[in-house]
Design a protein around this ligand. Sequence first.
Ligand SMILES: [Zn+2]
Length: 139
Amino acid sequence: MTPELKPCPFCGAGAEFHDVGDFHAAYYVACTQCVADMGSYRTEAEAAIDWNRRADLCQPKVKPLVWRNEFGCVHTAWVVDGSRYKIDAGKWTNGKVLLTTPDGGPLWPETLEAAKAAAEAHYTAWALDLHKQLFEVTE
Ligand SMILES: [Zn+2]
C-alpha cells in the first residue's frame, strides 16, 4: 500500500513518489509544482515518513497567550496587533467569568480555565487565518 503524502510545505501543491531505478536508495518524494524534494530512501514508506515529518514541522505554530493578572482579578493578554483578550471574574461580574475578545465577545464561560481555553482557541484561529492571508501562495 502506498503511503499518503502531505501537501508540499512550501507551496501547498501535491507531492508524488519517484522511483529512480535499481539503486540501493531508489525512492524519493518531490513536489509536483516547485523544486522541493527529499533525499532518497530504500522504500516509499521511509520516504513518506520524512516528507510528512517536514510538512508537519513547517506548519505555522501560534504562540500561547501570556496572561497577566491585573487589579487582582482581571486577566489580560495582549496580542501582536495591540488588541487584547480580557477575562473579568470579580464582584463587578457578580462572580461570573466574562471573556472579551478583540473583535467583541462578550462570552460567559463557566470557569477561568474555560475562558482561557476559549481565548486561546479564538486567538489561534485568528492567527492562522492571518498567516494564511499573508503567506498563502495564490495563482
Ligand atoms: Zn512545492
